[in-house]
Write a protein that binds this ligand. Sequence first.
Ligand code: SUG
Length: 444
Amino acid sequence: MHLEANFDGLVGPSHNYAGLSVGNLASQNHANAKSNPKAAALQGLDKMLALHDLGMMQGILAPQSRPDLTSLRQMGFHGSNADVLAKAHQQAPQLLAACYSASSMWSANAATVSPSVDSADNKVHFTPANLVNKLHRAIEHEQTGRTLQAVFNDDNHFVHHSALPSHDALGDEGAANHTRLCRDYGERGLQLFVYGKSAYDVSKPQPQRFPARQTLEASQAVARLHQLDGKHTLFLQQNPAIIDQGVFHNDVIAVGNHNMLFCHQQAFLNQSQALDKVKNAFGDSPLYIEQVSTEEVSIEQAVKSYLFNTQIITLSNGEMALIAPTECLEQPQVAAYLADLPNRNQPIRKVHFFDVKQSMQNGGGPACLRLRVALSAQEQSAVNQHCVMNAAKHQQLSQWVNKHYRDQLSFDDLRDEALLTENQTALDELTQLLQLGSIYPFQR
Ligand code: SUG
């Protein structure tokens, strides 16, 4: 049996609000707010357990080691670890914050993943995203590669590529700009790559205010690496006007699952032509496109609520359910829309609401927290089983969080060497709980 697993990023012990992501309004609005790392990690674990309880295969991706001392030393801070932290805190607080971000929790940005049924060599392909647009994220991809190798560690089934060269022309944000539509997870699907700009084609419009993080050229390179069939691969441009309104990734305005595409009316450039292309490429079987009009939900409310950063999941009875953040209940248009959604002619029958507020305040909703990996039965058994969620694992990891995480963090706490030690102690223990081996630089 094929299924689509969700691998969520476990929130790291240094979760904080540093306002690092220009163009991501929640990140900017919460710059320097106090964060709650323990609550953040527990919220994430509870969502993972709930998905497991709904019958889904739910995986866990370990956080990255922060602060990233290698990067800080590369930037010229030297001496003991305490010296490095104190100097960076005093001389370049932005760089210290970048090297301390727990942003790897948003595993939708970890990589692009293609299932084996879509690839010419019949293997599952992983390409870590270079995330070049933001410094705090551009330092993630090497560790991402090591972590994915430790979870999907079998050459017979899994192919791990390096990230694309780190340059804006190949800016890649991973699965946040990638969706796959299919009739069944075990059948060849249609892979939709959504880009914000082209590096070279000047005829394509670009946003004026905020950066487009994903380029067409990067999406094409990933499709080549993954050996996808051109007939079943589409490249669509995101509407640049909404990037300027805070839609910094396509998964803030559109989400797909099986034969359903759920999107806002303004998600894509030249939307009706774009959706015609999707329908044609999908073929004859039924495809549900649920488009929400601007009248019904404004872009502003969509961005505040993360209505489209929801997860659509298919339950074992074939019905679909929507995993939504509780912020959707706070925006009146969105709450009204969701109350009516199950009555419409589309497959979602139920909406489940989750409190992931700690992540939401940095611009990460339920869908940002997960990387989708469609797997055959054989591939499922080739996954590192210690990274798969169940009730016992949830209990074990909740205890681990309660033992190691601080209740609260603010920027000045980042210069405290004790925080570094706490992070490393926690992650060292985690590699044993998840049986990952020595994946972190401090363990080598
Ligand atoms: O890259 N926020 C992340 C949020 C990523 C959301 N992911 C998806 N939409 N798939 C980002 O902008 C904020 C960090 C800070 O400001 O402290 C941050 O990195």
